[in-house]
Design a protein around this ligand. Structure first.
Ligand SMILES: [Zn+2]
Length: 155
């Protein structure tokens, strides 16, 4: 049963600054059987923003205002049926502490992505993973409300 899209949730891959992350790696982390992976049916994110700003689609999406069952990704328990999750490669410094490691290209790609999305879905809230109530995570390692203001979105 499809549900109305309510959230765009932004994540980081929680990998060290400057390290590229492939879609195959994410697929393995999320869908390989435990303990190698998490044993999920689907990966956690719809789109992956690479270090060079390329946006790679991981899970099909028809871009409408509904979350179909085949579009669901496993980014945040309890929110997946009403959310789209996206991720940028990075989010940790070399010592594995949370850090906004977005390259200039990633910031630009993310801004473009969010602005496009917001034009299509003005009522969908855009949040960081750590902004979800009860989630105690630094993900995506930058302040999403501040970034939204920087790119001219007031929600
Ligand atoms: Zn996350």
């Amino acid at each position: 049963m499809k549900k109305e899209l309510k959230y765009l949730v932004i994540h980081c891959t929680a990998t060290p600054q400057g390290r590229e992350v492939t879609s195959d790696a994410i697929r393995a982390w999320h869908t390989a059987p435990y303990p190698k992976g998490r044993g999920w049916k689907q990966v956690g994110y719809t789109d992956l923003i690479h270090l060079d700003g390329t946006v790679e689609r991981l899970v099909d999406n028809n871009e409408d205002a509904w979350v179909d069952d085949w579009e669901i990704t496993n980014g945040a328990k309890g929110y997946n049926g009403v959310s789209r999750h996206i991720v940028y490669a990075g989010g940790l410094d070399k010592r594995k502490k949370p850090k906004d490691t977005r390259t200039e290209a990633q910031r630009k790609a993310l801004a473009e992505y969010i602005l496009n999305f917001h034009r299509k879905h003005p009522n969908v809230r855009i949040i960081g993973h750590g902004d979800i109530p009860g989630v105690n995570k630094a993900c995506p390692s930058f302040n999403v409300p501040t970034f939204l203001k920087e790119i001219g979105i007031n929600q």
